[in-house]
Design a protein around this ligand. Sequence first.
Ligand code: CAA
Length: 245
Amino acid sequence: MSKLDNKIALVTGGTGGIGTAICQRLADDGAKIVTTSTNLEKAAKWQAKQNFDSTIIKCDVSNYDDCKSMKEQIEKELGVVDIVVNNAGITRDGSFRKMDTDKWSQVITTNLNSVFNISHQFVDGMTEKGYGRIVNISSINGQKGQFGQTNYSAAKAGVHGFTMALAQEVARKGVTVNTVSPGYIATEMVMAVPEEIRNKIIAQIPIGRLGEPEEIGALVAFLCSDEAGLITGANLAANGGQHMH
Ligand code: CAA
């Protein structure tokens, strides 16, 4: 029997760089994978390329009602969700002087409000069952700040505040809530940073390379396992030593 057999795992934004590796690893460990996408056509192409089964549900995580309908659909088709990985996120970088209200609110709604919108649907099911795992994907830049990311750094720091508060509320019900803060990982999001700037960032990483999405998948899978029951309210950094605190 694998570690996560019979568990239902929802990974938001599972078709992205880190999301795919999380889905893959949770599937390898035996979980049934559900993911969200705003673009079903693109998601179906993604699904066809994976070597694990998944259910994709159209859902805009920044919209509460969409998240509510998604939860109803999952419960009807599969059952009560055991694991939630709040992974969906975007960047809209720009120095603060050039940041407009659109860039600010798109990042806050997609990266922070989504964590409320999604978690709110599933916490009752988990506490009633007496078991659950919530993993929120934050970022090194929520811990240390980053030039050009006032919006993203604020949202990602907010995510860990949410983690610590909810972890206390559900601790006695067998539900753990943790944050994973990846550093710079080799995904499209990081490759979109201009090469010259990206190379300067890589030069600041003590291990001398970008992270691999699979390295984040492995950490998330550990937090989702039964063995990680002691860990809650934590913020686990996986950044090659770029930021230590
Ligand atoms: N520190 C200090 N000054 C800096 C700086 C830095 N890190 N970067 C740029 N500057 C300076 C420039 O030298 C320039 O100075 P002068 O005006 O004196 O010449 C000035 O700031 C440029 O300011 P602008 O407002 O004109 O900025 P820009 O439009 O040229 O570019 C930017 C700003 C788009 C944010 C660009 O700096 C950038 O892409 N930075 C990288 C942001 C980043 O790391 N994003 C991460 C994306 S991946 C991700 O988010 C995943 C994850 O979780 C890690």
